[in-house]
Write a protein that binds this ligand. Sequence first.
Ligand code: FES
Length: 367
Amino acid sequence: MPADRWVSLGPVAELARRELQPLEAEGTPIALCYRDGQFSALSGVCNHVGGPLGQGKIDGDYVTCPWHFWMFHWQTGQTRPEIGDGCVPTYPTKIENGVLLVNVAAAGPRKHIPHPPHPLARQVQREPGPIRVVGISTTMMNRDFPRPSTSELLLDEALGQATSQGCETQLIRLRELAFRHCEGFYSRSAHACTWPCSITQMDPTDQLDRVYEAFVHWADAILIATSIRWGAPASLYQKMVERMNCIQNQETIADRHLLKNKSVAFIITGGQDNIQAVAGQMLGFFAEVGCQFPQFPYIAHSRGWSAEDMENNIRYVEQSESLKEGARGLAERTIDMAQLLVEGALGKVALVPGGRKGNQLDVKAQI
Ligand code: FES
């Protein structure tokens, strides 16, 4: 391409109506800025993972990418000084006869100094050792004034069983972690949803990395305990699985299977009913991220619609040997399945191209 190639972007009067807009000049994506009577043209492709800069907004002097909010100076394309000295290409512009022209052949340089990879991004490889079991308690309560939790009580019982079988165990109570809601990057573009989660990468105070670490890299068996809240799993469970969209999305966009050889089971308790619907939601999600289940993959307890005497419910669970035995049995089955998976006794689980869609061509065509 010649070094001087001016391409029309359109009438100035029209282009000057918006401070930032995405355009294309002979196939080159442009983020066109207009401020104080001046145009500037930056590359429309963000340095991070290619977000559409022209669809962002201008904050102060910086164009902010709509995907994960990286910022580039609206005239020079430079990143903010405190971030480093990266930049996106800029293109010369000029006005002739009321038409804005851009020289796509005279792009400035793109400079991207990649951050060191996040520790979660390392290759998934099981470290040698005994079966490792993580228990996730999703019930919410006041940290300073804890109350008895029937689901957590049974989870403790299950983890005790795992310890007695020589497994390594860890208990994560979601209520003790400070973590942000999924911000729906996926809803902008499948490629805006990254592994590790972009919130985890951008916000060192977000503590869901502990759950990701346990699920993806550490555990062979995962036991999740939830209360029933208005016929659904606990809200913290939902908050966690929304943040796990990045794990499922890797199946779809990258044929990358992050939850390898994981056996998962559930403990569901509530004062009222809807156990099967809650179990259905949980089974559905963990099936979609490629986990395996033991036979009879959940235990549950509810005293039914009319039981409003919650103090009796707590007492019932605390005193119920059969529920505790059920929790121990669930742990045993989940560990047995994990053992089979770790030993490869079930054979290599072939990854379906395109993840759960099962149709590689259709999925790729949409991307
Ligand atoms: S900030 Fe632009 S793609 Fe992530």
